[in-house]
Design a protein around this ligand. Structure first.
Ligand code: ATP
Length: 213
């Protein structure tokens, strides 16, 4: 379990995950309306590979200059192409990135709890279960929608074909499987109001857990 700066900290870390377009951001924003802080792993994973960051240097050293674009940034498309085809290189990339992402996350969580020792913090981690990051958080939440609804929302949001959407979803761990591993599930199948009520219920529960650990 993540060791927060426990001077007096009674913070609760909620790992929020789900599938593509299942509503993680939507749910995170509803929690934020209730005062819950957000740490976004997608943002952190982009920050740690900014030019000049240690991960950037290590990646360039291993993969070579061809993964740097004209502006001096990492060319994520070329890099994903390389690691998609080579398991050993994918593992190396993960080994470089993973510790930095976790360190940055712990740093951000500590910053929040320094100011608010009783904070509830949500860490939005798309690949929480795939990467095995359960131990970083106290509780896990899966934002669930059915496969059909997921396809619909993905088509609408990203303006892609049904086949394309179905293929993206097929390559991911099914949300139902993730839901089976989570402490909590929010069903985001229906209206935003319905989801909002579930978020409010869960927020009350988390407060209770925090008050009676
Ligand atoms: P990604 O994995 O791609 O980052 P996500 O899991 O964060 O996606 P969102 O971006 O929150 O998902 O939601 C996906 C799309 O579905 C968005 O266009 C959002 O506006 C829409 N959406 C989310 N929840 C609902 C809902 N309850 N009703 C209707 N539309 C919704």
């Amino acid at each position: 379990m993540l060791q927060l700066n426990r001077t007096k900290a009674n913070a609760l870390l909620l790992g929020v995950t789900g599938g593509i377009a299942s509503g993680k951001t939507t749910v995170a924003n509803l929690f934020a309306d209730l005062g819950v802080a957000i740490i976004d792993f997608d943002i952190i994973s982009r920050q740690v590979v900014e030019p000049g960051m240690p991960s950037f240097e290590e990646i360039v050293e291993f993969f070579g200059e061809e993964i740097v674009d004209r502006d001096g940034h990492l060319d994520r498309k070329i890099l994903s192409g390389i690691v998609f085809q080579d398991e050993r290189k994918r593992k190396r990339l993960e080994d470089i990135l993973h510790p930095r992402i976790v360190d940055t996350f712990i740093g951000q969580a500590n910053e929040i709890t320094k100011k608010a020792p009783d904070a509830i913090i949500q860490a939005v981690i798309p690949l929480l279960f795939e990467v095995g990051l359960q131990d970083l958080v106290h509780k896990t939440l899966v934002v669930y929608i059915s496969r059909e609804r997921q396809i619909e929302r993905l088509i609408k949001r990203d303006k892609i074909t049904r086949d394309h959407a179905a293929n993206i979803i097929k390559a991911q761990l099914p949300i139902a499987e993730k839901a089976g591993m989570a402490d909590f599930v929010i069903n985001n199948e229906n209206s935003l109001d319905d989801t909002k009520s579930q978020v409010e219920e869960l927020w009350k529960k988390l407060k209770q857990i925090q008050d009676n650990p």
